[in-house]
Write a protein that binds this ligand. Structure first.
Ligand SMILES: Cc1ncc(C[n+]2csc(CCOP(=O)(O)OP(=O)(O)O)c2C)c(N)n1
Length: 630
């Protein structure tokens, strides 16, 4: 049987479909997304929940003339399907394929890059100002989830937009879930209405019956006025209206006609922003995703290697859990990533010392500073990429007062399929420039335990960065010990060259050194372990012994670990030593499988070896001389 979906090559093809055809199309999209995401990996439950809303948006507005900004953007798959990218879904999130997030480079229908939460309303306000200054006429719609609405930026933008008097539409896609249930007072208020299902259903029925007729419109208006004050008791309606928005809703997010009615009303506003509240069900239409939205928020790509190793996140959580048992002053903070940080069991075991603050990295960091100022030891577990949000708070609230906050920077380095908005390739650089900050990275999951323990007794702010995914499968020491701050370890001696590696690049360096030795090049390997303070003694020694250093990091070379070593060597006693740096160039790393990206950026063992030989051709050209000298 012909699929309706196969005939949809642009939003234009949606406009004349009947109600029955639209229902069929929604079902086809869900089947397509489920199958496609299961084969590539990607965000599933959020996308299944927003199918009807996306169809309604594309029927009511004219993209790309009208502009949609998808907050976070992980829920934009149906939008991609309806805007001519159906046949590219096999390449979703793979190197060279389409991104899992909106990207203007990919399509005119993607108006703004998103990936980090809570940016859409600010971007929409900027676009509305630009439109009006240029004297143009189009609609701008920010689509934001209730999880993303917990982020401070969203409120800053709402506050500004309400006062600006510009035409602009915010659609709240409210499914009651962030990755886990949405936290916070506003979410609780929103949820109270969701739970009062009878009110929503009765309102839907009334709206359906009344929509269209003149009498209906005036009765609807009377009901609206009558219920406004009552509704304010249970709904945050007034909150948005007080901010200067026209609040419309809540509407059933799986009823296309009802959503379209609400969007039409929003569209008819002039000189005033509108807030359309749409209730959706995360995972809608897929039994598994609907009943386990947390598990199906993001589906991993099918896994081929089956390596029996434990993930860094799990080792981190196990370690923190045992440290919390020993020290009641240790508390843990996550910004809406309890599952990603593997903190579920800590949340259950220590409910009064576990804090999920919502998608609020800035607040998380300053709250940690507050806790530390009162003698507690907060462990702030935030992915490297999202901690960028807390940069000023790290400087101004933590480091300036030299407070002992532990930053557990998960997903550092190349994260892979989530792509350029999510790669954790900047943390060593952005942490390095901050006074009082101690920065470390373990070579494997066993060392992670010891570094986390070290950080909790460091008495200064200390960051521990570790990568996404599984460790190397090394045994975990039963006893967790404090390591000496600022001390690296010499893993292998060598006389002609030293590879000084940080974090997960240590093992590839050991492998590369093995290959270099086979070529007759005597290669030392150092696990730097700390980026700040550097082990200057060890570096001086190795620099004078070998005369050639290559630093290796999975971080931007701009101001990263290699820069630190170059600066030190140039100013030190072994300034004649040649130092070259391997890392990520000055770019945003695209999406793709992590191992493929590592090989493209020459950060795997083969790439490191190849780069080293390129840096020092003399090592290859005169092997006989060198052997004689040794
Ligand atoms: C600044 C930032 N922190 C954390 C995340 C990780 N994250 C991605 S989606 C998501 C939940 C978003 O919830 P919501 O906006 O309600 O969308 P839903 O998935 O429920 O459709 C989170 C926390 C992020 N993208 N950006």
């Amino acid at each position: 049987m012909d699929r309706m979906l196969d005939k949809i090559n642009s939003p234009e093809s949606l406009k004349n479909l009947s109600t029955a055809e639209l229902a069929d199309l929604a079902a086809e999209i869900r089947a397509f997304l489920t199958e496609s995401v299961n084969s590539t990996g990607g965000h599933l439950a959020s996308n299944l929940g927003i199918v009807e809303l996306t169809i309604a948006l594309h029927r009511e507005f004219n993209s790309p003339h009208d502009k949609f900004i998808w907050d976070v953007g992980h829920q934009s798959y149906t939008h991609k399907l309806l805007t001519g990218r159906r046949d590219m879904f096999r390449s979703l999130r793979q190197y060279g394929g389409i991104s899992g997030f909106p990207d203007p480079v990919e399509s005119d229908h993607d108006q703004f890059c998103t990936g980090h939460a809570s940016t859409s309303i600010s971007a929409a306000v900027g676009m509305a100002i630009a439109r009006d200054l240029a004297g143009e006429d189009y609609d701008i719609v920010a689509i934001i989830g209730d999880g993303a609405l917990t982020g401070g930026m969203a409120y800053e933008a709402l506050n500004h937009a309400g006062n600006l008097g510009k035409k602009l539409i915010v659609v709240l896609a409210d499914n009651g879930m962030s990755i886990s249930p949405t936290v916070g007072a506003l979410a609780k208020r929103l949820n109270r209405f969701r739970l009062d299902d009878k009110v929503t259903k009765a309102k839907s029925r009334t709206m359906r019956i009344l929509s269209g007729s003149r009498l209906g419109k005036s009765i609807d208006w009377m009901i609206h006025r009558f219920t406004r004050s009552a509704k304010a008791l249970i709904m945050p309606t007034m909150f948005f209206e007080e901010l200067g928005f026209t609040y419309i809703g809540p509407v059933d997010g799986h009823n296309i006609a009802e959503i379209e009615t609400a969007l039409k009303q929003a569209r008819s506003q002039t000189n005033k922003p509108a807030f359309v509240h749409v209730l959706t069900t995360k995972g809608k239409g897929n039994e598994l995703a609907e009943s386990s939205p947390v598990l199906y928020h993001s589906v991993p790509p099918p896994n081929g290697n089956g390596k029996p190793a434990i993930s860094y996140s799990k080792v981190f959580a196990q370690t923190v859990s045992s440290l919390m048992e020993q020290n009641p002053r240790i508390v843990i903070i996550t910004a809406a990533m309890a599952e990603g940080n593997s903190l579920e069991s800590i949340a259950a075991k220590y409910p009064s010392r576990f804090f999920d603050v919502g998608i609020c990295e800035e607040h998380a960091v300053t709250m940690a500073a507050g806790l530390a100022s009162q003698g507690f030891i907060p462990v702030v577990a935030i992915y490297s990429t999202f901690l960028q949000r807390g940069f000023d708070q790290i400087i101004h609230d933590v480091a300036l007062q030299d407070l002992p906050v532990v930053f557990a920077m998960d997903r550092s380095g190349i994260v892979g399929e989530d792509g350029k908005t999510h790669q954790g390739t900047f943390d060593l650089a952005y942490m390095r420039l901050i006074p009082n900050m101690i920065i470390s990275a373990p070579k494997d999951e066993n060392e992670l335990q010891h570094l986390i323990a070290t950080a909790t007794v460091a008495r200064h702010p200390m960051a521990v960065r570790y990568p996404r995914g599984d460790g190397f499968g090394v045994p975990l020491d039963a006893k967790i010990e404090k390591l000496e701050i600022g001390k690296g370890e010499l893993l292998k001696k060598g006389s002609e060259l030293a590879l000084i590696a940080i974090g997960a690049t240590v093992y590839p360096c050991i492998e590369a050194a093995r290959e270099l030795e086979l070529k007759g090049i005597s290669t030392a390997v150092v696990n730097a372990r700390f980026v700040k303070p550097l082990d200057t003694e060890l570096i001086n020694e190795i620099a004078s012994q070998t005369g050639r250093i290559v630093t290796v990091e999975e971080n931007t070379l701009e101001g990263g670990f290699g820069s630190a070593v170059v600066e030190h060597v140039n100013a030190g006693p072994a300034s004649g030593c040649k130092v070259r740096c391997i890392g990520i160039p000055d770019t945003f790393v695209e999406h793709g499988a992590p191992d493929l990206l590592r090989s493209i950026y020459k950060l795997d063992a083969a790439g490191i070896e190849q780069q080293v030989l390129g840096f020092f051709p003399e090592l290859v050209s005169q092997p006989a001389d060198r052997t004689a000298k040794r």
